[in-house]
Design a protein around this ligand. Structure first.
Ligand SMILES: [Zn+2]
Length: 99
C-alpha cells in the first residue's frame, strides 16, 4: 500500500515538473504573429491593418478579412427579398453615423 502511494507521489511529482517546464519553455509570439491576426471566419492570417475588428464584451475581439466581409455582404443581399431588409439603406445610414 505504501509503495503504491510512493509510486503515485513520484508520478505526480514528475508530471508537475514536466507541466511547469512546458509553461517555462513556451516560446513568445514571433514578430509575424504580433503584426498579423487570424480572421474569425476563414482562419487565415492577415496584417491587422487589412482586417475589420469588432470587440465583443470586454476581452474578445473578432477580426474579419475583406473576403469574408464581402461574402457576408453578398449573403445579406440574397436575404433581402425574404426578410424585406434594405441593406443598402442600412449601410448608407451606418456610413452617415460614422461621418
Ligand atoms: Zn476571412
Amino acid at each position: 500500500m505504501l509503495t503504491a502511494l510512493a509510486i503515485l507521489f513520484v508520478l505526480l511529482l514528475v508530471g508537475s515538473i514536466f507541466y511547469g517546464f512546458s509553461i517555462v519553455m513556451r516560446k513568445p509570439p514571433t514578430e509575424e504573429e504580433l503584426r498579423t491576426e487570424k480572421c474569425s471566419l476563414c482562419g487565415n492570417r492577415f496584417p491587422k491593418e487589412e482586417l475589420v475588428e469588432r470587440p465583443v464584451g470586454d476581452y474578445k475581439v473578432y477580426y474579419f478579412c475583406q473576403q469574408c466581409v464581402g461574402g457576408l455582404y453578398r449573403d445579406m443581399q440574397e436575404k433581402d427579398v425574404a426578410s424585406g431588409v434594405d441593406t443598402k439603406r442600412l449601410i448608407a445610414e451606418a456610413r452617415e453615423k460614422k461621418n
